[in-house]
Design a protein around this ligand. Structure first.
Ligand code: FMN
Length: 298
C-alpha cells in the first residue's frame, strides 16, 4: 500500500467509525493495521514506560525482554522482528544486550527503535554494530526523543512540560516501518568524543544497587514496589527493613516508581551524582505501574 492509499484507507476508517459513533482510531492504530497478516514480534525493555508506550504502538502484544529471558527456548521466527529500549549513555541496557547475545532471531525485516531524552549521539550506529556482531542484522534503526528520565541531570517536573513532538515522530517511524524502509540513523557526536563516552559508559555499567541508591527510612512503607519493578531482583525485605544489593541496570525503575519517593540517588558528596530534584518522579502517562511490574518483575 502506498502513502496515498494509506491516507485514503485512514479517511474511510475515520468516516466509518464516525458513523458507528465509536472513538476514531489513532494514526498509530491505523498504521499498525498495515502489518496485519504478517507476524511481527516486538521485544522491549522499559523502566519508566516510554519504551513500552512505543512498543505498544508497534504491536498489540509486545514482549518484555526481562520476562522472555526466563524462557528456555529463545529462538524467534517472524516476518518482522523489532526491538524497543531506552538509550543509556549512547548504548543499550545490559539486559537488552544479554537478550540479543543469548537469543536467535530470524526475520526478513528487523528494526530497532531507541527512546532517548536529550542527545542520542551514536547510539543507533553503536547498536547496529553490536547487534550485527551478535548475529542480528538490522534493516532499520532509529531513535525517538521523549522525556529524559536521567535523574542526576534532569528535573522531571521540568521535562514533563517540554513538547518533544512524540506523536509526530512516532507517526514517521510507523510510516517507515510500514514501507519496510532501510535506514540506520547516522551518528551525531556533538561535543562528545569516543573517550568521554567510554568513561560515561563505564560509570553506568559497573554499578551495584547499594552504591547507587539510598532509602529514606522515614518514608519507606515497605510496599516492595521497588522489588516488583526491578529487572534484577535487587530488593528484599528483612527484619531490619529493605535490603538493597546486586548488579544494577541503572534503569531507575525503582526510584521513579516508588510511591513514597523513598528512594534517592546517593549524593554527590559520596562520589555519586546526586539528583536534580529528588521530589520529582516520572512514569509515562499512558503506562500504568502494573504494566511496569508485569514487564520487569522477577
Ligand atoms: C542510566 C541512564 C542513562 C541515560 N543516558 C541517556 C543518554 O545518553 N542520552 C539520552 O538522550 N538519554 C539518556 N537517558 C534517558 C532515557 O534514554 C530516556 O528517558 C528513555 O526514554 C527512558 O525509557 P523508559 O521510560 O522506557 O525507561 C538515560 C537514562 C538513564 C536512566
Amino acid at each position: 500500500m502506498d502513502r496515498r492509499d494509506a491516507l485514503k484507507t485512514m479517511g474511510a476508517s475515520l468516516a466509518a467509525v464516525a458513523m458507528a459513533g465509536i472513538a476514531p482510531l489513532t494514526h498509530a492504530a491505523i498504521l499498525k493495521d498495515r502489518s496485519k497478516g504478517k507476524k511481527r514480534l516486538v521485544f522491549y525493555f522499559t523502566a519508566t514506560g516510554n519504551s513500552l508506550f512505543v512498543a505498544k504502538q508497534l504491536s498489540d502484544n509486545p514482549l518484555s525482554i526481562p520476562q522472555e529471558l526466563k524462557k528456555k527456548d529463545l529462538s524467534y521466527k517472524a516476518d518482522e522482528i523489532g526491538f524497543v529500549f531506552p538509550d543509556y549513555a549512547a548504548s543499550a541496557p545490559l539486559i537488552v544486550r544479554e537478550f540479543v547475545k543469548k537469543a536467535k532471531f530470524e526475520a526478513p525485516y528487523i528494526f530497532s527503535v531507541i527512546t532517548f531524552g536529550n542527545a542520542c549521539v551514536n547510539v543507533a550506529e553503536w547498536w547496529n554494530k553490536f547487534a550485527g556482531e551478535n548475529g542480528v542484522k538490522n534493516n532499520y534503526v532509529n531513535t525517538i526523543l521523549m522525556v529524559d528520565n536521567y535523574l542526576p541531570v534532569f528535573d522531571m517536573n521540568q521535562q514533563m512540560t517540554i513538547d518533544k513532538h512524540v506523536d509526530e515522530n512516532l507517526a514517521k517511524i510507523l510510516d517507515d516501518l510500514g514501507s519496510h524502509k532501510q535506514f540506520i540513523l547516522p551518528s551525531d557526536m556533538g561535543w562528545f568524543n569516543e573517550e568521554g563516552l567510554k568513561r560515561l559508559q563505564d560509570a553506568h555499567f559497573n554499578m551495584t544497587a547499594d552504591k547507587l541508591l539510598q532509602v529514606k527510612e522515614d518514608r519507606c512503607i515497605e510496599c516492595l514496589t521497588c522489588a516488583n519493578v526491578c529487572p534484577h531482583k535487587n530488593f528484599s525485605l528483612t527484619d531490619r527493613g529493605l535490603k538493597i544489593g546486586g548488579m544494577c541496570e541503572y534503569c531507575l525503575a525503582c526510584v521513579h516508581n516508588c510511591p513514597q519517593k523513598a528512594l534517592t540517588l546517593r549524593s554527590a558528596r559520596e562520589g555519586r551524582p546526586g539528583e536534580r530534584n529528588p521530589e520529582a518522579r516520572y512514569r509515562n502517562p499512558n503506562i500504568s505501574l502494573n504494566e511496569i511490574i508485569r514487564s520487569n518483575r522477577q
